[in-house]
Design a protein around this ligand. Sequence first.
Ligand code: GDP
Length: 471
Amino acid sequence: AEKMEVSPSQVITKLIGLGVMANLNQPIDINSAVIVGKEFGFNVESMKESEEKMDEERLDFEDSPEDLQWRPPVVTVMGHVDHGKTSLLDVIRKTHVTKQEAGGITQHIGASTVTINKKKIVFLDTPGHEAFTAMRARGAQITDIAVLVVAADDGVMPQTIEAINHAKAAGIPIIVAINKIDKPSANIERIKQELVEQGLVPEDWGGDTICVPVSALKKKGINDLLEMILLVAEMQELKANPDRKAVGAIIEGELDKGKGPLATVLVQKGTLKVGDVVVAGSAYGRVRAMFDDVGKRVKKATPSIPVVILGLSEVPEAGEHLYVVDDEKKARLYSEKKKDKFREIQLNANQKVSLDDLFEKIQMGEVKELNVVIKADVKGSIEAVKQSLTKLSVDEVRLNVIHDGVGGITDSDVMLASASNAILIGFNVRPTLSAIDLAKREKVDLRTYRVIYDAIEDIKSAINGMLEPTI
Ligand code: GDP
């Protein structure tokens, strides 16, 4: 009905005329579709089998191990406000990025490529765990390593802990940059002690967390930090096959008045070339031109390398996957499919875990772990809840507290819950209006309680299938 621009009830009426009792959104056989199409003046054709099967899996096939080659790590800088994230990124860019070329574009691309010891490292330009988790919630896990900036004169602060938990929830390694060591009040040993309290034991204390003392202001320790990033990257064995059709993730998109839709793509597999036909969500097109992070025109981009591309039909959303396909016909078809799929996902309210259908999902074997984010007014409540929750873990479902913190429920908490499919509970704290909105949009089960007992009872009942439905 939508494609023919008639109302669904008109189509249903015609179908009933044919003896097909169809509801809205019900599949019908091809013969009925052809007849109904004719009635409205359209030719209905059956999609070819091959096109029907064209799905993400076929575009994003697994590579065989012998085709894999080293790729640069993609790094996000995180940490508490004012600890020096921006300063650190700036100094890394100033000292290790080649100068902007004349005649290129001056677009902000959202990522920088740094070279050290002839190897590349890619830094995402938007620091902070919020941006990181927002991308993850949209399905793009592009960061390989988190650099956690902790000011040596200030120590581990609430957002430091948040950043640690966001990185842990994503399962990526953390390298700590102990910044501002130029300050007289800097105390590196104290910082290390505080890191231990968060489960990050420094290497020189027998643990496996790499800590690098730096000063963004005095440009000290920057090379050490970059070398450590390469070391961790080598241990991770970051590899991708450069000889295949490219798969990537959109990190930024914008509409340029002169050039049309622009998108920054981080290539994850394969090599993206000028002239390739790509699809990213509902956007598609032939890549007309590509620019690297310093605005230089380039012809191709290999794994981990960020580029701005021109030639898309519309501005894609950040976090969308990008695929190279055979031709524009397929691209269009695929983008249409993506639109439908997106709608389906939006319609499906039960995508995320919630206490209301937890029992059912456990029974069906869909849920084996329940991730929980806890916010409370006092530290004591958090500890009490964590202990009770651990006791609730049963064979069927394990409870993981992936993040906790003192204070109100923020957008960042909601995004973490969304990205990690967690429920979000608060004790004697309120969500901000924007967090309530976001939770609705992200379909995150957000609950607030005054008494710990009530929360534990709710979760217990949910696991046992005895939860009273909320009205
Ligand atoms: P962000 O909020 O984490 O991005 O922090 P900024 O990079 O904006 O830095 C916050 C403040 O700390 C600024 O005034 C910086 O000049 C200062 N700062 C950053 N790095 C250093 C450093 O290594 N030493 C000193 N003394 N100050 C620094």
